[in-house]
Design a protein around this ligand. Structure first.
Ligand code: ATP
Ligand code: ATP
Ligand code: MG
Ligand code: MG
Ligand code: MG
Ligand code: MG
Length: 246
């Protein structure tokens, strides 16, 4: 099998190793989930079942790939942090990216009926993926702060937007126009004054996203993956878990 006259074509395959000593972040994002969420009747602004399904798929990925030390999810996306010393698939870029992306996608489809027992899939969803290398702890902290700040900004916007549409009777065009250029204090005020809603009461899952970590259970060496909805922008989360950036 080694040396047929055709085997030279293999030489066209170029090695694609990821730089050693750097942290790897793999971010997956649902392809056209604006449409997918509409076609499958996701509740707006936040369908909790859909978020739980994303979390479930991400937990499965972490259980399968032990070099993932942290994951963060919001909306139709998940980011996975691999420890900087990982030697997964000899750090081959395409191999890591494609296996993580396809495993996540399979798990999403596999678990769909548990979360959407009354909604059959109308077409197969897909996810895009990318891997970015980061050289130091600071950029990893800033990466996750960036994603969680994004969660917060989007959720505040979407919460007011859908209140204007669902309770305020505005069209989506009118709601966008109302919100154009408004600062966060104004959005809080609209929610409170027009809809008697306190943004502080919104579920932490929606405001903070999903953080998945490994925890040691009951003093035993065995770890399990746990989903949190806590702050990861401040120092506390990281100070309590120095192993994440080790
Ligand atoms: P692209 O293929 O470029 O990623 P997209 O339509 O997926 O396009 P995103 O910016 O990724 O665009 O946004 C995802 C969209 O999916 C959100 O704007 C929202 O409409 C919808 N969505 C995702 N998750 C949920 C959820 N849990 N509940 C309600 N809507 C959701
Ligand atoms: P890797 O993850 O490195 O690809 P692998 O186990 O998938 O490892 P491959 O070289 O891709 O290794 O080989 C795929 C193997 O899957 C085959 O050797 C064979 O054992 C099995 N296989 C795949 N398709 C079939 C099939 N249709 N019928 C029987 N066996 C199959
Ligand atoms: Mg996108
Ligand atoms: Mg998307
Ligand atoms: Mg997205
Ligand atoms: Mg194979």
């Amino acid at each position: 099998m080694a040396n047929s006259k055709y085997a030279y074509v293999r030489n066209y395959e170029i090695a694609d190793p990821l730089l050693p000593g750097c942290f790897l972040i793999c971010r997956l994002d649902g392809h056209s989930f604006h449409r997918f969420s509409e076609e499958h009747g996701f509740a707006k602004p936040n369908d909790e079942r859909a978020l739980q399904l994303m979390d479930h798929a991400a937990k499965d990925v972490m259980s399968e790939y032990k070099d993932i030390v942290l994951a963060f999810g919001e909306s139709d996306e998940f980011s996975f942090l691999l420890r900087k010393s990982t030697n997964l698939y000899n750090r081959r870029h395409a191999k890591i990216l494609t296996t993580l992306t396809s495993y996540f996608t399979s798990c999403y489809v596999f678990h769909w009926p548990k979360y959407f027992p009354d909604t059959s899939m109308r077409y197969p969803p897909s996810f895009d993926g990318r891997i970015v290398l980061y050289p130091d702890e600071r950029s990893i902290r800033d990466y996750f702060a960036w994603r969680q700040a994004d969660t917060h900004i989007n959720n505040l916007y979407n919460t007011v937007f859908w209140a204007l549409v669902q309770q305020g009777g505005k069209t989506t065009t009118e709601a966008h126009a109302t919100l154009r250029g408004t600062v966060s204090a104004t959005k809080h005020e609209i929610l409170f004054k027009e809809f008697n809603m306190n943004y502080n009461d919104v579920s932490p899952r929606f405001k903070k996203g999903s953080i998945i970590i490994r925890q040691v259970r009951g003093g035993k060496a065995k770890t399990h993956v746990a989903v949190l909805h806590c702050d990861i922008i401040g120092d506390e989360f990281w100070a309590e878990r120095p192993y994440i950036l080790a």
